[in-house]
Design a protein around this ligand. Structure first.
Ligand code: X2X
Length: 340
């Protein structure tokens, strides 16, 4: 009798487990999406767009709340990746720069002067190199879905026009707390100051640092010219792709149909984000920096010989980091770029 009751109970439990849709058990009322920049920037707009598409297309089954300023990690943007791994963050639109302290292969995009143009970024992110990077991230418990873009990073400062490495000597530049940037700015004999984005704003305003590096869209939206960042050098030394990603446990708690929706929504938001970032720079940024010049910013585009001097000065850093990133991966990237 007892045996029979036990058996019935077990049988029933198994049936209940099998027929209950995963959604009834595992969907949470809300998911946390982390982003460094807010809605005043294309990056923050991309995160908002992703959340909105997912909400609409899942008929509200997946509600995503956006936390800007990397607030889920107290503003410490280089802690974003481990926090997605641990589930403190459910989703993120994160920068390769901010995740590279943990995912060393992502330093690829920070190899100085590897990427000459947008096409070079695309052959990496949209090709086998991008797939290899996504597999590496996935093995670390984070499911990457699409590549977006923060932009090519340019150099600004409050002191003087920079046309040669010697102009940077002794100048204090705020950089993201990622070791490759320390190496690059040290090689240029400048003084790198490691700081989060949140701390960078007051530091620039108060003149605690002389300069910074960020894409033009960020420079403009953050009104950096008002923070005395009056000299701008267009050197495109590194690019800053974004990755739309989900914590792997959250990902597997969703139905197959909803995963497809989240993936497609990430791709759409990423596509629109890249168009927006690049669309604001028609004709190779010319229109945008001419506008900045009209507003009193001194813009210095580097000619080929000037650029070559920066390439030479940072070559040692490039070679040092080739090994850290993985010589194979860097070789593949170089070949893809050469053949673009
Ligand atoms: O901190 C920065 O400079 C920013 C906003 O561009 C990144 O998060 C990489």
């Amino acid at each position: 009798m007892l045996f029979r009751q036990c058996f019935n109970f077990l049988f029933l439990s198994i049936v209940v487990l099998l027929v209950t849709p995963a959604s009834a058990q595992t969907y949470r009322p809300e998911y946390r999406l982390s982003c460094v920049l807010g809605s005043g920037f294309p990056w923050g707009q991309a995160a908002e767009r992703w959340a909105e598409l997912v909400r609409e297309q899942t008929q509200g089954r997946i509600q995503i709340r956006l936390y800007t300023g990397a607030s889920l990690v107290g503003g410490d943007q280089t802690r974003e990746f481990p926090s997605i791994q641990q589930g403190v963050i459910d989703l993120a639109v994160g920068s390769t720069i901010n995740w590279s302290p943990q995912v060393r292969e992502l330093n690829l995009f920070s190899l100085p002067f590897l990427l000459p143009d947008h096409r070079a970024i695309d052959v990496l992110t949209q090709g086998p190199v991008g797939q290899a990077l996504f597999s590496i991230i996935e093995r670390q418990g984070v499911v990457p879905l699409a590549w977006g873009e923060n932009g090519f990073r340019e150099l600004s400062n409050s002191r003087r026009p920079i046309t040669a490495p010697a102009d940077m000597k002794g100048m204090r530049f705020r950089v993201v707390a990622s070791p490759v940037f320390v190496d690059i700015f040290n090689a240029l004999k400048a003084r790198p100051m490691l700081m989060s984005w949140a701390d960078a704003q007051p530091a620039l305003a108060e003149g605690l640092v002389d300069g910074q590096e960020n894409p033009l869209v960020v420079y403009s939206a953050a009104n950096m010219q008002r923070n005395a960042q009056k000299y701008l050098t267009l050197w495109r030394y590194v690019a800053d792709p974004l990755i739309f990603a989900v914590n792997s446990q959250v990902w597997s708690s969703w139905s197959e149909q909803d995963r497809q929706i989240v993936r497609q929504a990430a791709r759409q938001a990423a596509r629109e984000n890249i168009e927006r970032v690049r669309g604001e720079q028609p004709g190779g940024e010319a229109a945008q920096w001419q506008q900045l010049e009209a507003s009193g910013v001194s813009v210095t585009p580097l000619g080929p010989a000037q650029r070559a001097a920066f390439v030479r000065a940072t070559r040692g850093v490039y070679e040092k980091w080739r090994g850290t990133i993985g010589a194979d991966l860097v070789d593949r990237a170089e070949r893809a770029i050469a053949a673009r």
